[in-house]
Design a protein around this ligand. Structure first.
Ligand code: SF4
Length: 443
């Protein structure tokens, strides 16, 4: 039997196919392959840079679906099904919107795969694939399952190993699909299994793809203590409240943490309250204290902003960009607040009649990447789209790049941080422009 795993792309640009040059290993598909019974052959196709050989023989196709890739995922699923190949769809979007996904699949997988994936494969092998499988959200890779990393070879992924220590997050930010999916719970792997995974591969630079690795500080401290002797460099996604714990900051620095993606979301207290961004609200000090601490420990900051709250204006968005520039963040993403399906934000905007694109921007043929998908309070949707793009342009200008580089405590701290700054900021800056106003799907 052969199972084919597919990582879908987002879509295409008006003049050409879009190739994601900053692509990372599709960890979740490597893990699924690891959960597959060993007598079954597994194949991986990554739509982000290679064409999909629809006519190659396969007995089951498994596609991981995110909201941004839903349209393209359904196109791929339809192609396989036209050829009589059974398709199973899984991933966060499928769990949030099962009824939509099942129209394009023979089977859908709701929740996490760990407990049921081997059963899915056996059912497909015996020709009795069920219409729906429900796996509870929970701890990743239970029993020390390792991702099949050999599937990633030769596909040009960034030279870092993706791993997960935990899933979920205890906070309840209104726009966050993770909070919805995991119902505000945080699931942590056994540390010895994580350490074994690090040792099982050769890379010394690790991206822990945890939704919020700082959600449980005690667990993070334990991980850091174990990482110290392993002499790795790592980064992750972490909420800003970690700066309130000096022990954790020291342990992270000692264990090789080089920085984190951190959700600042907004520089306006009222907007943070609106979105219930509680890790940022306590002792709110315009982030001065938090940023000083991050710099003290030499951590490069990849700041994520969400823009378009009810208090936001063109001016407040440009002020956000200036704030990111002044603090010489290594990188900053100026994301439009997106109504992800089934989140509290989505329901609020739906009730207020403010959703655009029929409430399904991820499927709508007119929607383009980076466009506002709802009616903001103090400006038009187009003004919000333009303001965010202007912020991206100014932040990614040549003079901004040089100015941000000049931070001796972070971007100039070591030869490694200098190299990482130029390699990754230039790469992600390029992707920002390439993706802007991209169509979803290829058709
Ligand atoms: S802190 Fe981050 S992961 Fe946690 S709920 Fe908020 S946005 Fe989601």
């Amino acid at each position: 039997m052969r199972v084919t795993f597919i990582k879908p792309n987002i879509g295409r640009r008006d003049h050409s196919l879009y190739v994601d040059e900053a692509r990372m290993e599709p960890l979740m598909l490597g893990v699924l392959a690891g959960l597959t019974p060993p007598d079954v052959e597994v194949v991986l196709h990554d739509d982000r840079m290679e064409s999909i050989p629809y006519d190659n023989a396969t007995d089951l196709v498994a596609i991981t679906v995110e909201t941004y890739t839903a349209r393209r995922s359904y196109e791929i699923a339809d192609e396989y099904r036209k050829r009589g190949v059974p398709v199973i769809l899984g991933g966060m979007h499928v769990t949030l919107l099962p009824d939509e996904s099942k129209a394009h699949a023979d089977s859908i997988f709701i929740g996490d795969a760990e407990t049921l994936w081997a059963q899915v494969v056996r059912d497909a092998q015996e020709g009795r694939l069920q219409e729906r499988y429900d796996g509870p959200p929970g701890v990743a890779q239970i029993g020390g399952v390792l991702p099949r990393r050999e599937l990633f070879k030769g596909k040009g992924y960034l030279p870092m190993a993706l791993m997960q220590y935990s899933r979920g997050c205890r906070f309840a930010c209104q726009f966050c699909a993770v909070s919805q999916y995991f119902d505000k719970k945080h699931y942590i792997r056994r540390i010895d299994e994580v350490l074994q995974e690090i040792e099982s591969q050769r890379r010394k630079f690790i991206f822990f793809v945890d939704d919020n690795i700082a959600s449980d500080r005690k667990a993070l401290k334990e991980l850091c203590r174990e990482l110290i002797p392993m002499k790795v460099r790592w980064f992750s996604q972490a909420s800003l409240d970690l700066t309130r714990d000096s022990e954790i900051m020291k342990l992270m620095a000692d264990s090789g943490n080089v920085g984190n993606v951190t959700g600042f979301e907004s520089i306006t207290h009222a907007s943070l309250k609106e979105t219930k961004k509680s890790p940022n609200i306590g002792q709110f000090s315009s982030y001065e204290r938090e940023i000083r601490i991050l710099r003290e420990y030499g951590m490069q900051t990849w700041a994520a902003f969400t823009l378009g709250y009810d208090h936001d204006t063109y001016e407040s968005i440009i002020a956000t960009m200036k704030f990111a520039l002044k603090n010489r963040f290594t990188f900053a993403a100026f994301n439009i607040l997106m109504p992800y399906p089934n989140t509290p934000l989505y329901h609020k905007l739906e009730q207020q009649g403010r959703l655009l694109y029929d409430g399904k921007w991820w499927l709508h043929p007119e929607y383009r990447f980076n466009q506002a998908a709802y009616q903001p309070e103090l400006m038009s949707a187009d003004e919000l789209t333009d303001a965010c793009h202007e912020a991206r342009k100014q932040f990614n200008s040549a003079s901004s790049l040089v100015y941000r580089f000049s931070d001796i405590k972070t971007n100039l701290k070591t030869l490694w941080s200098v190299a990482a700054y130029w390699r990754y900021t230039l790469l992600f800056r390029k992707e920002v422009y390439k993706k802007h106003l991209m169509r979803f799907g290829l058709r």
